[in-house]
Design a protein around this ligand. Structure first.
Ligand code: BES
Ligand code: ZN
Length: 844
């Protein structure tokens, strides 16, 4: 792509006066934007997209202008440089794409309604007002809004409303900020509000389709998060309020607009009486993530989009730091280990993956380059590694200086490394660059060779990978003092193994705590020693053993057969992390069996064996005062029992359904999905299907919606599947934001796979039009690659997607996904006999 000239180099705005008149009925917007700033050149460009520019005035005089749609530009010859004031009058449109200024649709008591909201990151502010739409172009904003208002509506923006004159809502001048963080919204909203210790007003806003109690949890977390960050960052929250707004239609998960954070309803609102603990944890981490950005991202912003990872990786780490402080009993770092860590390790093992830091010139490339597993999961793991290296005191001291030096301005990754490095007294940048600038990660092989304990690093691949000699600076975190803190070489010898083992008195370990981004391959001597001692391993170590072995098996470095005994060994654990990873790994065995075969029957028996004692221990109903671990473990073991077609489990689930059939939403939230799925699968009929679909359309509880989605997509009735698929394009039933989850559900259902795959191929153009231009789009391909496992599907996948390699933004995803499926097909071919034999021998 041609190198783009940054508009900020030509013109540097200092202040915007924005007036927008929005007519929801006709979807028309008329706008006037006055920009004050300094022209560095006579010929300047200002961003605009899909705006109809009516006039441009310079200091009160009309000027000719030119529209360059290719570059999203309005071009003006100022005939001078220096300080100028430009007034631009224009028409625009409400979009229906969840980008720019867009309506969200919802229903209250059968009446259809909408609220208007905004989404400007990464580069959609230019669809709302002409601006220098680059993160470095920080300015202050005065926003004034008029709309076809009726009584009872509320108007929100980054700053408080200061007056309403002639139906125009005026908001207070913002602090100096980037355009992508500007936001506003209006409609019939309810709210709950409180105030932090330091006097910041906190609010949660939602449509009136929700019960007021659904706002309480978010309000409490938001308040305490702001208090936590003010203390942790030692930097005050600089705005008078922090509003959290739930929007019924939302493309991303949430967005950190300064002072007016927007969320998917599912990530802000919840029923405090009946929501599963993991869902509460998810909502809390999302809120903590966005509020971490209020400083890291909003107060100090990346200079350019190539450092978007810095924003996101950092917020992704801080969400755990904050929630751990707010709710220590949740042990939220364990969730980091079962969600971010495996996501990063899996994705980063495919050759062709991007590095965390990628150069990007054209903002249109940014969305295409946005790989969540890398930018969020791997990036946050990098920062967790830094935090483990320097400790919290240095982290806080470094951040305080970083905020003080760059507040209301911009910074780069290097600025952060130097702030943290100065505070810690080590060269953080040197260590980090090997992780940020290179894709992939190493497997460290630990082996005893001629009596010597030897460590060696090499890039780890799942599927075909080209060895190009990459090396990393690896924080080893060994339990043997002889191992270096950082392994920078390809290979080191630690000395005589017998002597080291003798003096340590415990098996050799690497990556204790699992905070560094690498996996370990112990040779037989070391692994046997470790496993003999398995009873004394803590939960994270058990998780790590299971996770690393599974990855090594996926990478064909060990046999999958080696993983299976460990599942049995840890199956009686009372730890939620161990059980979560255990069933993640066990679930990976499903790919080795053919549906409805003897082998599947054996695998089901194996699942029964794994889960039966825990099912007996935990039962279906929550016990008084039970531990968080038990609450979180229950759904995994019950799910395993249902997969195993355990007759007793099926019967209990059916009874629970029957007993609650008049109010299914009130089933205990943590097992509700299991009960519904069991019913659809084993007792389903067309009426149940219609009832559930109707409940899906009418409920305002996002967790319940997700449960119904999961249940309906699991049906084995082909006619019902066909009916479901007809709903995919019906936004009144399935909102575009939720479509991927429905697609995934049907595709991963053996009986639905063909229909879902046919739908995607037939309706690809529609999909591209509806969710294209949005980073959600490529993830539909990722979903398919996560499911397909046969040579036939691989061939079909290639046939359909290879011709699309040149579609902007799809090349990397398609290329990687072909490798992913290829590798899986080969693995199954190679291992299925041994795996199935092993399973058979266990269940006989
Ligand atoms: N700033 C992002 C959302 C975003 C990123 C929008 C890039 C447009 C381009 C926001 O802070 C975020 O990370 N949202 C996450 C949810 C989060 C809790 C992990 C998302 O949308 O997935
Ligand atoms: Zn974020």
């Amino acid at each position: 792509m041609a190198e783009l000239k940054r508009f900020y180099n030509m013109f540097q705005p200092t202040h915007y006066d924005i007036f927008l008149d929005i007519d929801r009925e006709s979807k028309k917007i008329t706008g006037k934007t006055t920009i004050t700033g300094t022209a560095k050149e006579q010929n300047i460009s200002i961003h605009q997209k899909d705006l109809e520019i009516l006039s441009v005035q310079l200091d009160g005089q009309s000027l000719p202008f030119e529209i360059d749609n290719e570059n999203d530009a309005l071009k003006i010859d100022l005939e001078k440089t220096g300080d100028v004031k430009l007034s631009i009058v224009y028409d625009a449109q409400l979009t229906d794409t969840m980008m720019g200024i867009y309506p969200s649709y919802y229903t209250v008591d059968g009446v259809k309604k909408q609220i208007i909201g905004t989404q400007f990151e990464t580069n959609f502010a230019r669809q709302a007002f002409p601006c220098i739409d680059e993160p470095e172009a920080k300015a202050t904003f005065d926003i004034a809004l008029k709309f076809d208002e009726h009584p009872g509506e509320i108007t929100l923006s980054n700053m408080p409303e200061i007056r309403v004159v002639d139906g125009i809502h005026y908001f207070d001048t913002t602090v100096r900020m980037s355009t992508y963080l500007v936001a506003f919204a209006f409609g019939e909203l309810q709210s709950k509000q409180t105030t932090t210790k330091s006097g910041v007003k906190i609010g949660v806003f939602a449509t009136k389709a929700h019960r007021p109690s659904e706002l309480d949890f978010g309000l409490d977390i938001a308040k305490r998060s702001i208090e936590f960050y003010e203390d942790f960052y030692q930097t005050p929250y600089p705005l008078p309020h922090s509003w959290q707004l739930a929007l019924p239609d939302f493309s991303a998960g949430a967005m950190e607009n300064w002072g007016l954070v927007t969320y998917r309803e599912a990530y802000l609102l919840l029923d405090p009486e009946n929501t599963a603990l993991d869902m509460k944890q998810l909502v809390a981490t999302v809120i903590a993530h966005e509020l971490a950005h209020q400083w890291f991202g909003d107060l100090v912003t990346m200079k350019w989009w190539d450092d978007l990872w810095l924003n996101e990786s950092f917020a992704n780490m801080m969400e755990y730091v904050a929630v751990d402080a707010l709710e220590p009993s949740w042990r939220i770092w364990e969730t980091f280990q079962t969600s971010e860590v495996p996501a990063a390790l899996q994705r980063d093992a495919t050759d062709g993956v991007q590095s965390v830091h990628v150069n990007v010139e054209n903002p249109a490339e940014i969305d295409a380059l946005f790989d969540g597993a890398i930018v969020y999961a791997k990036g946050s793991r990098m920062l967790v590694m830094v935090r483990a290296l320097i400790g919290d005191d240095a982290l806080r001291a470094g951040l305080k200086n970083y905020f003080a030096a760059h507040q209301f301005s911009n910074a780069t990754g290097a600025d952060l490394w130097s702030a943290l490095g100065d505070a810690a007294g080590i060269d953080v940048g040197a260590i980090m660059n090997s992780w940020l600038e290179q894709p992939g990660y190493p497997v460290v092989t630990a082996s005893v060779v001629n009596g010597q304990l030897v460590l060696q690093q090499q890039q780890f691949f799942i599927g075909k990978g080209e060895e190009v000699g990459r090396q990393w600076q690896i924080p080893l975190n060994s339990n043997y003092a002889k191992a270096p803190t950082i392994l920078a070489e390809k290979k080191v010898e630690l000395g005589n193994y017998a002597a080291l083992r003798e003096s340590a008195g415990t098996p050799f370990r690497l990556n204790v705590g699992n905070n560094s981004h690498f996996i370990v391959r112990y040779d037989d001597t070391l692994l046997t020693d470790l496993l003999n001692d398995a009873d004394s391993l803590d939960d994270i170590s058990r998780l790590q053993l299971l996770q690393d072995l599974r990855l090594l098996a996926e990478g064909k470095q060990v046999s999958y057969v080696a993983v299976i005994p460990l599942l049995l060994k840890f199956a009686d654990s009372h730890s939620a992390v161990v059980n979560t990873v255990l069933y993640q790994v066990a679930g990976n065995l499903k790919k080795f069996v053919t549906p409805d075969s003897e082998q599947e029957k054996n695998l089901q028996d194996f699942f029964n064996k794994l889960s039966a004692p825990q099912v007996a221990r935990l039962g279906w109903q929550r016990k008084a005062n039970e531990s968080n671990d038990d609450q979180l473990t229950r759904p995994y073991v019950l799910n395993a029992a249902l997969y195993a077609k355990n007759a007793a489990a099926i019967a209990v689930a059916h009874d629970l359904f029957t007993a609650n059939s008049t109010n299914l939403a009130s089933l205990p939230a943590d097992i509700r999905v299991l009960v519904l799925r069991n019913e659809v699968k084993n007792f389903g009929n067309s009426r149940l299907f219609d009832d559930l679909l109707e409940a899906y359309r009418t409920t305002s509880d996002a967790s319940y919606k997700a449960d119904i989605n999961s249940a309906l997509t699991s049906t084995n009735d082909l006619e019902l599947i066909a009916r479901l698929i007809t709903k995919f394009k019906d936004a009144e039933t399935i909102k575009p934001q939720d479509l991927r989850a429905w697609f995934r559900g049907v595709l991963s259902n053996e009986d639905g796979q063909q229909a879902a795959w046919d739908w995607l191929r037939d309706d690809w153009d529609w999909l591209e039009k509806t969710v294209g231009g949005d980073m959600e789009f490529t993830t539909f391909i990722t979903v398919i690659a996560g499911v397909f496992r046969t040579a036939e599907r691989l061939a079909e996948f290639k046939k359909f997607f290879e011709p699309k390699l040149e579609t902007p933004g799809l090349k990397r995803e398609i290329t990687m996904d072909i490798k992913v499926i290829e590798s899986r097909v080969e693995l199954i071919e190679r291992e299925k006999e041994a795996v199935n034999k092993m399973i058979a021998s266990i269940v006989e």
